[in-house]
Design a protein around this ligand. Structure first.
Ligand code: T46
Length: 137
């Protein structure tokens, strides 16, 4: 998706069920997100540093701050858009072909990623100039 832009990213409300015992949220293949989940990973105990700084060529993702808050800055090479993930029922759907920086992790933040593919380092673009060239810019 070389043509994807930051406007293709969107925040979704994740289904949640509440009763006197608290909340339960669920993401289910084929119902809640537009891709099949093949991998789950999560970032935690992040000190005051930025992570990310890469793009994916094919990977689709749903990012959820299951605890605390994280700022995700999406970049299509021409425009940037910042998303604050600060509720466990808010998810950021990210199409392929976009650069992302992860910043301002709050203390105790846990950022979970539901991913459409297995891990493949060849899917990463970790150099910003290479990313711009990939986008034809
Ligand atoms: C993303 C953001 C939100 C693996 O061996 N398997 C995996 O599935 C993943 C995701 C990572 N790794 C290894 C590769 C590196 O040696 O874990 C190490 C740290 O990965 P990375 O530097 O890519 O971490 P982040 O926080 O910059 O990015 C990660 C994901 O890689 C990326 O897909 O979108 O979280």
């Amino acid at each position: 998706m070389k043509q994807s832009t930051v406007n293709d990213c969107r925040i979704i409300d994740i289904r949640r069920y509440s009763d006197t015992r608290g909340y339960l949220s669920v993401v289910e293949n084929g119902i809640d997100i537009p891709f099949e989940i093949k991998r789950i990973y999560y970032l935690y105990m992040v000190p005051e540093v930025a992570r990310g700084a890469h793009a994916h060529k094919a990977l689709q993702q749903l990012l959820i701050a299951t605890s605390g808050s994280v700022e995700v800055i999406m970049d299509d090479g021409q425009n940037k858009k910042s998303f604050m993930l600060d509720r466990p029922w808010k998810g950021l759907l990210i199409p392929p072909g976009l650069w992302r920086d992860l910043e301002n992790f709050s203390g105790g933040a846990v950022l979970m990623c539901l991913a459409s593919e297995g891990y493949d380092e060849h899917d990463y673009i970790r150099d910003y100039n290479e990313f711009k060239a990939y986008k034809g810019l």
